[in-house]
Design a protein. Structure first.
Length: 414
């Protein structure tokens, strides 16, 4: 792991950045922007194409913008992305027609890829610098800070979704102008944040200074164990697939619940309360990890999430039971996500951190596209029970792989 200069990130600097991360969850148009373009002349097919453009542009730009973050710094990448999001919100008020809104979706995706990877990379480096400044022993670890920051994001998402829907019914212009102001405030916070200086060259990854082919080497994790890169790659692939299976179900609950006969008010209540539950999942993961250790929490959460998804097809015949089990399954999925994310951060070196995180994000997006096709096809042909059964089988298989790889990582060089 690359060395961070001591004193580069005092606690006040780290706290300010955590406030910035929480503030990024305040997105007024998150739940209504497709409604906006629909009300401004686009038909249903064109609205769907706008969403497809956003997903496609995200995949296209993830790796190039990750390189920008590694080359020019996390803070620079975040400032560019925040500026582009402010421009996107102003542009939504100025453009007209299908081509204009397609362009805005591409701009929005381009902006978010500057944030993706860079946000958590900078948090990790700030935490490590703060730990070095404090001597390492009593300072909170990355998972403690990230769980609190992500909980704040989820709360802000829930609040802004409600406020944005109310504001949109009054004035779309006010909504987008307000969001441009929010991004200006976030940009001002970033100006104040001081990015730690990462040791490069001789002080960084030594394999980068040798000519010729870079030979495989091991990477350290906070489990105080080592594993070769291929083990970590399999671990990433399995956990990314687990995450996308859970998120694929989360994003498909509206149609699955409707097909199960669950009333719309209950579907809306489930959607709104899930944000609060996510915040609780992040905080609980941080607390459990501090008390029992990350290995135990990772293994326990993997097993519990798999068991919850196995219960889903059994609950398909009872709407209220299906709702209850779904809350539990998605709660565990969020806990697993943040624990895996902290393991990933510990494994990476700073020189390539944002690029690798961008690749992981891109792989998740591609997996998501394939999974949505599977869910849609099975739901149409065989109904809710079979669809949930397919998801349960996928979860079981992926959990076995993830547990096997995690055990391999623990055994190596203990």
């Amino acid at each position: 792991m690359e060395l961070l200069h001591r004193g580069a990130a005092p606690k006040g600097n780290l706290r300010l950045y955590c406030v910035f991360l929480a503030a990024t969850g305040f997105v007024l148009d998150r739940a209504v922007f497709l409604v906006y373009v629909g009300q401004h002349g686009l038909d249903v097919q064109q609205v769907a194409l706008c969403e497809a453009m956003f997903q496609l542009a995200t995949v296209m730009f993830e790796i190039p913008t990750g390189w920008v973050s590694d080359r020019f710094g996390r803070k620079t990448s975040l400032m560019v992305g925040t500026s582009l999001l402010a421009a996107y919100n102003m542009g939504m008020l100025l453009v007209q027609g299908f081509a204009g809104y397609m362009g805005m979706m591409a701009l929005c995706a381009f902006a978010y890829t500057f944030l993706s990877g860079s946000d958590n990379s900078l948090l990790y480096e700030l935490v490590e610098a703060a730990r070095a400044d404090a001597g390492g022993g009593t300072e909170r670890n990355y998972l403690s800070y990230s769980s609190r920051a992500m909980a704040g994001q989820q709360i802000m998402l829930g609040v802004s979704a409600l406020f944005g829907a109310l504001l949109a019914s009054y004035s779309w212009t006010m909504l987008y102008l307000l969001m441009a102001g929010v991004y200006a405030a976030e940009f001002a916070m970033l100006v104040v944040v001081k990015e730690p200086q990462a040791g490069r060259g001789a002080g960084g990854d030594p394999s980068r200074n040798r000519p010729g082919r870079v030979r495989p080497r091991t990477f350290a994790t906070h489990w105080t164990t080592y594993a070769p890169a291929w083990v970590f790659a399999v671990f990433l692939a399995a956990t990314a697939a687990l995450d996308m299976t859970a998120m694929g179900y989360a994003n498909s609950t509206q149609i699955i619940f409707a097909a199960s006969g669950i009333a719309l008010p209950m579907i809306g209540l489930f959607s709104g309360s899930s944000r609060i539950a996510n915040a609780g999942a992040y905080l609980l993961a941080g607390w459990l990890t501090k008390r029992f250790g990350r290995k135990a929490v990772l293994v326990g959460t993997l097993a519990a999430q798999s068991a919850a998804f196995v219960l889903l097809p059994l609950a398909a015949g009872s709407p209220m039971t299906l709702l209850s089990v779904s809350v539990m399954a998605l709660f565990l999925a969020e806990m697993l996500f943040i624990v895996v994310e902290s393991v990933t951060q510990d494994y990476l070196v700073n020189a390539t951190r944002a690029r690798i995180l961008s690749v992981i994000s891109m792989v998740r997006s591609l997996m998501g596209v394939a999974l949505y096709a599977v869910i849609g096809t099975t739901l149409k042909l065989w109904g809710v029970g079979v669809t949930l059964g397919v998801l349960a089988v996928m979860m079981l298989a992926l959990t076995v792989v993830a547990l096997a790889v995690a055990a391999q990582m623990r055994r190596m060089h203990e």
